[in-house]
Design a protein around this ligand. Structure first.
Ligand code: ADP
Ligand code: MG
Length: 398
């Protein structure tokens, strides 16, 4: 489904509400990673260049009571945005009221205003996070058009996305949201084949719906990471002290049956006696895992096997690290597979969804070798599950 974007509407002279994802990590009141601010710049700049009056807002962290406000203010973010834009950003430390309304009325074409953390409205009854109808309607009344560019919260019904959209004439996607729709949505809808899905991460239980959906639409599903051991158990192997979800063994059996050969598991693993970065590593065939060792990574034969599927692929969707990549000694599987994917960049669409998988690839310095690295953790997971995300559904169709 094709969605309208900020390019499809008249902007000049309009009060443009822009929902961005400025949920940056803060350490002692300082921004420790400004990536989300940098990524939101193209949409904001576009609106300003077109002569729009930008009203920018976001959530930040969780706000349960008054005490959470000080540590979750967007003031520092507004300052950083100002530096990046090279122009004044009027910051209003409110989420509603006459001060905000007057400041918006005073905005001129090409000027930008930011208001306070939308989740300050959660203190009295989760108005933002539970999409209180009055709040969405109020925020919608502050602007002429709505640009949603916050993919990270697109899987949630909030006043600041769905609430505004249902009370304003036009809702369009910003450039970031557009990219996610194009690459994740577009690929799942119409993948070039062979389509190889790679799934890893800690737990089967986190990824059941993703596995089911990708089994439906892909040609091969390669499984590694912690979740693989529940599958190995289901196949009758002894897995030592590896991560096991005993209550998911039956489900793993069902998935293997349902998969009809589509699920590809490893042949060997890297084990250790302890979950420790210094623990000695051993290569074990999958039917040779000692009772006092745990699987920490995929083994060399498994890497080759996965590489051979990747080399043929025209589409790769990857979610979940294949080992405990945070420990360098057990990062080899994840790194090798990441590298193999970068080698097919010219022939395939390659996508990563998932917070830790994205972090791994960025840490390896391989991010440029992928077609698309999704910016949302929970949102990308739900998108991969094949769900309709409310924050995308509320954008006008083309
Ligand atoms: P994503 O955020 O990409 O969706 P997950 O959150 O599902 O990924 O999983 C990431 C975590 O899985 C990482 O912290 C990694 O250490 C862990 N993991 C991967 N393989 C194993 C394993 N064999 N044993 C234990 N943990 C693992
Ligand atoms: Mg994760």
């Amino acid at each position: 489904m094709s969605k309208k974007t900020v390019r499809d509407i008249a902007i000049k002279g309009k009060k443009v509400l822009i929902r961005v994802d400025f949920n940056v990590p803060l350490k002692d009141g300082e921004i420790s990673d400004e990536n989300r601010i940098v990524e939101a710049l193209p949409t904001i700049k576009y609106v300003l260049e077109q002569g729009g009056r930008a009203i920018v807002f976001s959530h930040l962290g969780r706000v349960k009571d008054e005490a959470d406000k000080a540590s979750n203010s967007l003031k520092v973010v507004a300052k950083r945005l100002e530096e990046h834009l090279g122009q004044k950003v009027t910051f209003i430390p409110e989420t509603r009221g006459t001060v905000l309304e007057n400041a918006i009325s005073a905005l001129k074409d090409g000027e930008v205003l930011m208001f306070e953390n939308t989740r300050f409205e959660d203190i009295n009854g989760k108005k933002e996070s539970k999409n209180d109808p009055e709040l969405g309607k109020y925020w919608a009344s502050l602007g002429d058009v709505f640009v949603n560019d916050a993919f990270g919260t697109a899987h949630r019904d909030a006043a600041s996305n769905v609430g505004i959209a249902s009370n304003i004439k036009q809702t369009v996607a910003g450039f970031l949201l557009e990219k996610e729709i194009k690459f994740i949505g577009g690929t799942l809808e119409n993948p070039q084949r062979p389509f190889v899905a790679i799934l890893g991460g800690a737990k089967v239980s986190d990824k059941i719906e993703v596995i089911k959906n990708l089994l439906k639409i892909s040609d091969h599903v390669l499984i590694g990471g912690g979740m693989a051991y529940t599958f190995f158990k289901a196949m009758g192997y002894e897995i030592g002290t590896s991560l096991l979800e005993a209550d998911k063994v039956e489900l793993a059996k069902e998935l293997l049956e349902l998969a009809n050969g589509k699920i590809i598991l490893g042949e060997d693993v890297i084990t250790a006696k302890a979950f420790d970065p210094e623990s000695e590593k051993h290569v074990r065939a999958i039917d040779q895992i000692p009772s006092d060792e745990m699987g920490m990574d995929i083994g060399p034969r498994t890497i080759s096997k996965f590489e051979s599927y990747i080399q043929e692929a025209k589409t790769v969707v990857w979610n979940g690290p294949l080992g405990v990549f945070e420990f360098p000694r057990f990062a080899e599987g994840t790194r090798s597979v990441a590298y193999a994917i970068t080698e097919i960049k010219d022939q395939a669409t390659t996508i990563i969804g998932g917070g830790d998988s994205a972090a791994a690839v960025i840490q390896f310095g391989l991010a440029d070798g992928f077609t698309h690295i999704s910016t949302g953790g929970g949102a990308s997971l739900e998108y991969l599950e094949g769900k309709v995300l409310p924050g995308i559904a509320c954008v006008d169709d083309k």
